[in-house]
Ligand binder design. Structure first.
Ligand SMILES: Nc1ncnc2c1ncn2[C@@H]1O[C@H](COP(=O)(O)OP(=O)(O)OP(=O)(O)O)[C@@H](O)[C@H]1O
Length: 272
């Protein structure tokens, strides 16, 4: 299953509808192999709905992170087209691609913070590097987002002095300061206990409601997907075997999708 999905009623879509389907991220027949024989991505076509939270699920090693890297232009497909904000990102110059990337925020698993800086400087970093805002403007923006993610009291801490969940929240604040149109999350729930996972997912939902934007979340945690998703894509063996509104995906009768989304031991997915 692939293609363009209808917008959700009441979804807070932004106004930058520049793709051919009206969406900012359009993937057409993306193929990728690293060894020349195994296709990690084997013909992925999807139009990611603007203003919604789309979750990409799938078993370990199935290509979720590889897909995410294609969306942000860190990996070039062997075939197919990645259109972002109306442009084929591999038919534009490096400088143009760099400009496009500024409209993306990426939240890596551990927050990808600089160990040598405290949380305040980590979150201020992109504003200092990419804007000419004054230090007082930067302070206001940074503190607003630190408050939003519940880290106001921890601004002076180093990344190694705080918990994994706090590092993720600091990474979220750092991604938000640049007001990205698209925010990509690579397994935001990895390494968290179920309660912290639930709280982080609720925070992501809340932040999305507040700021809007298009969120793409990579995860293999079904509970996270249930909390977060407007839309769900399921990757398996290089294909997007499901791509639909969340409830439709969770109700799917496709044997693999059903097994994976219900966490069932019985079905086509085995140990290998
Ligand atoms: N740069 C690379 N060079 C070679 N192989 C790679 C590269 N990046 C990813 N792969 C391979 O592509 C496959 C998919 O990897 P990917 O990290 O996308 O999986 P995933 O679905 O995100 O897995 P997980 O849920 O365990 O994080 C794996 O077999 C991996 O070894």
């Amino acid at each position: 299953m692939s293609g363009s999905l209808p917008p959700l009623e009441g979804s807070n879509g932004n106004s930058r509808l520049e793709g051919s389907n009206g969406n900012s991220i359009e993937l057409t027949d993306i193929r990728k192999s690293f060894d020349g024989t195994t296709r990690v991505l084997d013909g992925i076509t999807a139009s990611i709905n603007d203003g919604a939270i789309t979750t990409i699920l799938g078993p370990s090693g199935t290509g979720k992170s590889v897909l995410l890297k294609h969306i942000v232009g860190l990996l070039e497909p062997d075939g197919g087209e990645v259109r972002v904000f109306g442009q084929d990102i591999w038919r534009i110059s490096l400088a143009e691609r760099y400009e496009l990337r500024k409209r993306f925020g990426v939240l890596f698993q551990d927050g990808a913070l600089f160990g040598s800086m405290d949380l305040y400087d980590n979150v201020a970093f992109p504003l200092r590097k990419h804007t000419d805002r004054s230090e007082s403007e930067i302070r206001e923006i940074v503190m607003n987002h630190m408050r939003e993610v519940g880290l106001e009291a921890a601004i002076g801490k180093a990344p190694n002095e705080i918990s994994g969940g706090m590092r993720k929240r600091a990474g979220l604040a750092r991604a938000l300061v640049m007001r990205p149109d698209v925010l990509l999350f690579d397994e935001p729930d990895s390494g968290l206990d179920p309660v912290r996972t639930k709280l982080l997912c609720e925070l992501i939902t809340q932040v999305h409601k507040e700021h809007g934007g298009t969120y793409i979340v990579i995860t293999h945690d079904i509970a996270s997907a249930r909390t977060l998703s407007d839309y769900v894509g399921v990757l398996w063996q290089g294909k997007l075997v499901e791509y639909s509104e969340a409830q439709e995906a969770f109700d799917s009768e496709d044997p693999f999708v059903h097994q994976f989304l219900s966490g069932d031991a019985v079905g086509p997915l085995g140990m290998d």
